[in-house]
Design a protein around this ligand. Structure first.
Ligand code: SGN
Ligand code: CA
Length: 732
C-alpha cells in the first residue's frame, strides 16, 4: 500500500515571514541529490558542530549555505547496519541487517531503485560494506568489504576488480567527479552517493597531510581517564580503550613487534603499509619514524608513566584521525566547487553525513557501538538551494531511518507505508523547526556482541533531555539526564529522586518498541559475550557437523538439565549417540533463533526435533504471551527452512511457580494457547504434558521442581514417561 502522493510543487516559497533566496522554479523541480557519506566521522571533528579539534571549512559550507541538524542520530551504531537503515528507512530488526558480516537482501524495497524507476540516474562510488552487490544503481564502483586506504581496489559492475594508485579518499572524490562530468545522462535528475572509507580505523592519512599537527598537540577530552564508575559494569568489559586495546603496528604505526606489550597490543601489523609503493613508504616512514624513535627513547629512559603513554597514544590516534577527516573535507570542497562551476549547484541538494559517530578519546575509547552520545550522534548537514534557508540550525530529533523517505519525497515518489522513518522535507521547508507532531524521542538498538570490541546487546530511547538504556544480559537500566550530565558519567536509574522520570522513560521505551514493532523474542540474539555459552554453542556446532544427528532436543536449562539432574533417566530412555542435546541454560527464544541460524542445523537431516522454549521469556520480563509465541513461531519457521524433513515435537511450556496463581504460571499457560494452533498434524505435533508435574490441587511440589521451575530427577522421570511413546512414534 502506498500513501497518496503529495506533490512537493506545492511547497511554499514563503517560509515564516521571509522570502527564500531561491524563490524560483528550481526549488519546485525534482532536485539532483549528492549524498556525501563518510565512515566513523564524529560531530566532534566537524567545526560546524563546534569542534575544538580542527576546522572543516568545506563541510561547514553546507551549514552556512543550508541547514545543520544538531539532534541527528543513528539507529544502530555500526557500519553495515547504518547503511541498511539508510537504504530502507527501517530499523535493523526490520531490514534484517543487524550486525556487520550480515548479508544485505537487496531485493527488499530501498530508495535507489525507486528513484531510478522515477527517472533518476543513480550512482554509488566508494564504501558499501553490505556483502551483496548494490541494487538499483545505473553505475556503481565500490570498495570490497572495508576497502583499503592506499592504492585501493574497487569492485566493478562487471564483476572485475580494479586497483587504482593513490589515496582512497581522493580516488573516491575523483571517481565521483568523473561520473558527474562524463558518466551522466544530462537529461535526467541524478542521485550520486559518494561514500568514503575515511576516517575509519586504522586512520591512515593522505601522505600530504602527515605534517599537520606535527608541532602541536590536540586537546584531550575530559573523560579520557573515565573510571566507568556510576554506570553498568558492562562498560568495563568492552575492548575499545586507548589504554588497553590499540595495536602497535595496525593502529600506532610502529614496525615490528610490540616493545611494550602491556601498553600496545600485538597481533595486527599494518596491512596498509604493505600496500604502499616504495615512494609512498618512504614518505610515510619519513613522518612516523622520527616520532616513533623519540617515543621509544623516552620510554627507554623511563620518562613516561602509564598515563603519559595513554596521552601519547591519544595524540597519535587523534592526529591520524583528523588528518583523514581533512582529506574528506577537501573532497567535499572539490565536489561543491564542481557543482558551482558547472551550474548544477542551484538544482542539487548536497548532504553530508557519516554512518555513525565515534569516540575521540571520550570515556577513554575509540570505536562506536554504545548508545552514548559520541557514537549515537550522526552529522547531518544539507544544502538545498531555494528550499532551505542558509544558516538554518535544526534541533528536531532526526535519525537515519528518515533519509530514504526524505529522498523519496524530494524525487516526488510516494513513500511505502512500512517505511519507519519520516521525510525531513516538511522540516526543511519550515526552517528546521520541528513541525507539530514530530517525534519527541528516537529508538536505538545494538546487536553485535561477543566479537571485536565486545560491546553488549542493548537498546534504548533518547529524548532531548534524557536517555534510557537497557541491557538484556544483566537486565539493567541506565538513565541519564543529558542536560545536567551531558558527558553521561552517572546513571540515575537507581536514584529515588528520579523514580518518576525513570517510569516515564520506561513507558516511552515500551511504547516506542511497540510502535516500531520490536519483539525481542523474534530477533536472533547471540550470547557469545558469555564465555560458557560461546563455548557450548561452538562445541555443539562441531558435534552437529558430524552429520549423523537423528534426534535434536532444543531448549533452555530444562532441556540442558538432561545432562545433569536428568542424566540417569536420559541414559535409560533417550540417550543414543545420535541424539543431540541443544539445551542452553538461560536461553530465550531469541537465543535459540540465533543458534539455529548460526550452525546448529547445518548439514544434518534429523528425523525428529523436540522443542521446548519460552519459559525464560516469561521469567526474565514476563514478556507478552503473544510475543513469545511469535518467537516460537519464528523458531519453527527456521527449523522448517533449514531441516525441512524433520518432524517437530513441540512441547507446551512447562508450568512454573508453586501456586496455580503465580503470574509466570499464567503467562506460560497463555503462551501454550497459541502453541496449540501451530500443530499441523504433519510436521509439527504439539503436546502439553504440564499436568504431570502438578499436584491434584494445581500446586507444584518441590519434589518435582525444587525451585518451582527446574526439574528434579523425579520431574525428569515424569517427563520421560509422558513422552517416550510419542517420541518413539514420531521418530519412525
Ligand atoms: C573493523 C575494525 C573495528 C571496527 C569494525 C567495524 N577493526 O573490524 O575497529 O569496529 O571494523 O567498523 S580493523 O582492524 O579493521 O581496523 S565499521 O565501521 O565497519 O562498522
Ligand atoms: Ca562506520
Amino acid at each position: 500500500m502506498l500513501r497518496p502522493f503529495v506533490p512537493i510543487v506545492v511547497c511554499l516559497v514563503m517560509v515564516g515571514s521571509e522570502l527564500l533566496p531561491g524563490d524560483r522554479a528550481t526549488a519546485a523541480e525534482r532536485p539532483n541529490i549528492v549524498f556525501v557519506f563518510s565512515d566513523d566521522h564524529a560531530v566532534q571533528a566537524i567545526s560546524a558542530y563546534g569542534s575544538r579539534l580542527l576546522s572543516t571549512p568545506n563541510i561547514d559550507r553546507l551549514s552556512e549555505e543550508g541547514a545543520l541538524f544538531v539532534n541527528s542520530f543513528c539507529a544502530n551504531s555500526l557500519c553495515g547496519p547504518s547503511r541498511a537503515t539508510i537504504l530502507t528507512g527501517k530499523h535493523s530488526h526490520k531490514n534484517g541487517f543487524r550486525r556487520n558480516g550480515s548479508w544485505f537482501d537487496g531485493n527488499q524495497p530501498t530508495f535507489p531503485p525507486m528513484l531510478r524507476a522515477a527517472g533518476y540516474q543513480t550512482a554509488i562510488i566508494g564504501k558499501w560494506h553490505l556483502a551483496s552487490d548494490p541494487v538499483g544503481f545505473d553505475h556503481w564502483e565500490v570498495l570490497p568489504g572495508q576497502g583499503s586506504y592506499y592504492n585501493p581496489h574497487f569492485l566493478q559492475q562487471d564483476g572485475s576488480k580494479v586497483q587504482r594508485e593513490g589515496y582512497c579518499t581522493d580516488l573516491i572524490t575523483e571517481r565521483s567527479l568523473e561520473w558527474l562530468k562524463n558518466g551522466r545522462d544530462e537529461s535526467k535528475p541524478f542521485l550520486l552517493m559518494c561514500q568514503h572509507k575515511a576516517p575509519h580505523r586504522n586512520w591512515s592519512p593522505a601522505l600530504r597531510h602527515l605534517d599537520r599537527w606535527r608541532e602541536e598537540d590536540v586537546p584531550e577530552p575530559d573523560t579520557l581517564f573515565d573510571s566507568y564508575a556510576g554506570r553498568s559494569k558492562l562498560l568495563l568489559e568492552s575492548e575499545m580503550s586507548i589504554r588497553d586495546h590499540l595495536h602497535w603496528g595496525h593502529d600506532m604505526k610502529f614496525h615490528g613487534e610490540s616493545r611494550w606489550p602491556e601498553h600496545f597490543r600485538d597481533g595486527y601489523g599494518n596491512g596498509e603499509y604493505q600496500r604502499m609503493t616504495p615512494a609512498q613508504k618512504a614518505a610515510w616512514d619519513a613522518h612516523y619514524q622520527p616520532e616513533n624513535e623519540s617515543f621509544e627513547a623516552a620510554m627507554d629512559r623511563g620518562e613516561l608513566d602509564a598515563k603519559d603513554v595513554v596521552r601519547w597514544k591519544y595524540q597519535r590516534y587523534l592526529k591520524d584521525y583528523l588528518r583523514c577527516v581533512t582529506a574528506v573535507d577537501e573532497g567535499v570542497g572539490e565536489i561543491l566547487d564542481y557543482l558551482d562551476s558547472s551550474g548544477l549547484a542551484d538544482s542539487t541538494v548536497v548532504i553530508y553525513s557519516s554512518d555513525q559517530g565515534f569516540y575521540l578519546g571520550e570515556h577513554g575509547w575509540y570505536d562506536k557501538r554504545w548508545m552514548f552520545e559520541e557514537s549515537l550522534r550522526m552529522p547531518f548537514l544539507i544544502r538545498w538551494p531555494g528550499m532551505v534557508r542558509a544558516g538554518t540550525r535544526s534541533e528536531a530529533m532526526i535519525q537515519n531511518i528518515d533519509y530514504a523517505p526524505t529522498f523519496l519525497e524530494m524525487a516526488g515518489v510516494s513513500v511505502p507505508d512500512d517505511v519507519q522513518g519520516r521525510s525531513l522535507v516538511p522540516l526543511l521547508r519550515g526552517l528546521g523547526r520541528a513541525e507539530e507532531g514530530w517525534r519527541d524521542a528516537i529508538y536505538y538498538a545494538y546487536y553485535e556482541n561477543g566479537v571485536v570490541h565486545r560491546v553488549p546487546i542493548h537498546d534504548g530511547i533518547r529524548t532531548k533531555h534524557h536517555k534510557l538504556m537497557y541491557f538484556p544480559r544483566t537486565q539493567e537500566w541506565q538513565l541519564f539526564d543529558l542536560l545536567e550530565d551531558p558527558k553521561e558519567r552517572r546513571s540515575l536509574h537507581a536514584d529515588p529522586a528520579h523514580r518518576t522520570r525513570l517510569a516515564a522513560m520506561q513507558r516511552r521505551y515500551f511504547d516506542l518498541r511497540r510502535f516500531y514493532e520490536v519483539n525481542d523474542a523474534t530477533i536472533p540474539a547471540s550470547r557469545a559475550d558469555e564465555p560458557w555459552w560461546k563455548q557450548r554453542w561452538l562445541a555443539l556446532n562441531e558435534r552437529v557437523q558430524q552429520g549423523d544427528a537423528e534426534i535434536l532436543f532444543i531448549g533452555d536449562s530444562i532441556t540442558q538439565g538432561w545432562e545433569d539432574t536428568g542424566l540417569r533417566v536420559w541414559n535409560e530412555t533417550f540417550a543414543s549417540p545420535r541424539t543431540v542435546n541443544l539445551g542452553f541454560s538461560g536461553d530465550r527464544t531469541e537465543h535459540v533463533l540465533y543458534r539455529l541460524e548460526n550452525g546448529h542445523l547445518e548439514g544434518i537431516a534429523p528425523r525428529l526435533t523436540v522443542l521446548m522454549i519460552g519459559t525464560n521469556n516469561t521469567g526474565h520480563s514476563l514478556q507478552d504471551p503473544k510475543e513469545i509465541a511469535d518467537g516460537i513461531d519464528a523458531i519453527l519457521a527456521t527449523i522448517r527452512s533449514k531441516i525441512p524433513g524433520t518432524k517437530v515435537l513441540l512441547l507446551g511450556v512447562f508450568p512454573r511457580g508453586f501456586s496455580p496463581e503465580a503470574p509466570d504460571r499464567l503467562n506460560n499457560i497463555a503462551v501454550n494457547q497459541y502453541l496449540r494452533r501451530f500443530d499441523d498434524g504433519e510436521h509439527i505435533h504439539y503436546v502439553d504434558i504440564g499436568q504431570v508435574f502438578l499436584e491434584p490441587d494445581g500446586t507444584i511440589s518441590d519434589e518435582v521442581m525444587p525451585d518451582g521451575l527446574h526439574l528434579s530427577e523425579v520431574g525428569y522421570e515424569r517427563w520421560a514417561l509422558a513422552l517416550q511413546e510419542k517420541i518413539r512414534e514420531l521418530r519412525e
